[in-house]
Design a protein around this ligand. Sequence first.
Ligand SMILES: Nc1ncnc2c1ncn2[C@@H]1O[C@H](COP(=O)(O)OP(=O)(O)OP(=O)(O)O)[C@@H](O)[C@H]1O
Length: 327
Amino acid sequence: MRDTVVMDESPVVGTGDDGDGVNDAALDVRRILVIHNPTAGGRRARRLRAVVAALEARGVSVAVKPTGKRGDAETFAREADPDGIDAVVAAGGDGTINEVINGLANHAKSGRPLPLGIVPMGTANVLAAELDLTMDAERLAAAIAGGRRTMIWPALANGRVFSLMAGAGLDARVVERVDPRVKRLIGKGAYVAETLVQLATRPDHRYCVTLDDAEPQEVASVIVAKGHFYGGRFICAPDARLTEPLLHVCLFPRGGRLNALRYVWGVTAGRLARFPDYRVVTAKRVRIDGPAGDGLFADAVQGDGDVLARLPVEIALAGWRLPVLAG
Ligand SMILES: Nc1ncnc2c1ncn2[C@@H]1O[C@H](COP(=O)(O)OP(=O)(O)OP(=O)(O)O)[C@@H](O)[C@H]1O
């Protein structure tokens, strides 16, 4: 049974300046910094070139800064000067976008938020799906140059920002173990292959989840969702929205290989909501404890599709909103 979600705060999408430096007027976007991960998603450089050309045709001045290694995207975004540019565009997959969002956190907290634009170039592009962005270069450029902001509520896992989801258990282990070279070769198929490997080989771990001030409960896997899509366009938390300040906690209680296989099938076949043991509950704070340092990577916490933290993890809303240029 899935718990009903009752929202006490309606989505905040440009509803006037309420103290975080954002009002509902469209932004004048004239100068942008594009942070590009050249290794993302099988090197879709053509899409980026087309978006840059479309932006320049609209009179936008574009500087492209390629990353050279993991971590660069966050540094470039953190160092971006709000006096010199109007927005930072992440050109890459969800991992690169996550880094850019982490880099933009200080700007958002300081009351001078730099808006995020997105050129989806990854394997799954979950954030783009949440925001209903297309892969069409003209429309992506129009969304960025148009200056209309959608305000999203990121969350924190042990202090690291995520915007889509964070999880411990099977999915975190798959994220940790998936081979980037295989991902480059076969895209999403790499996750399927790694899931099968993990199902066949991983020991049955248990995780202890504490929601707000409730009693701790044991589960086999847990996903804390900010958005409703998962791993592409699968759905785990149907009512979760980036624009709402609430965590939707997906609980997979039963252990054992057969149950893990059943949950994987439930997610991919869209049947999860019918499982009597599967639950989604809302919370403001989540703590996950579990097997630590067992040498089997069971303590990984994935956030936005990359390993973001280690157990134990404290997850909560970040407390600030990020403007996203999503058209
Ligand atoms: N130049 C780089 N070289 C190596 N790794 C990088 C570089 N730039 C960024 N990264 C890291 O690569 C990881 C994966 O990148 P990204 O998410 O952009 O693409 P992807 O893996 O193809 O897409 P998806 O996240 O949708 O699966 C990110 O965690 C990011 O930190």
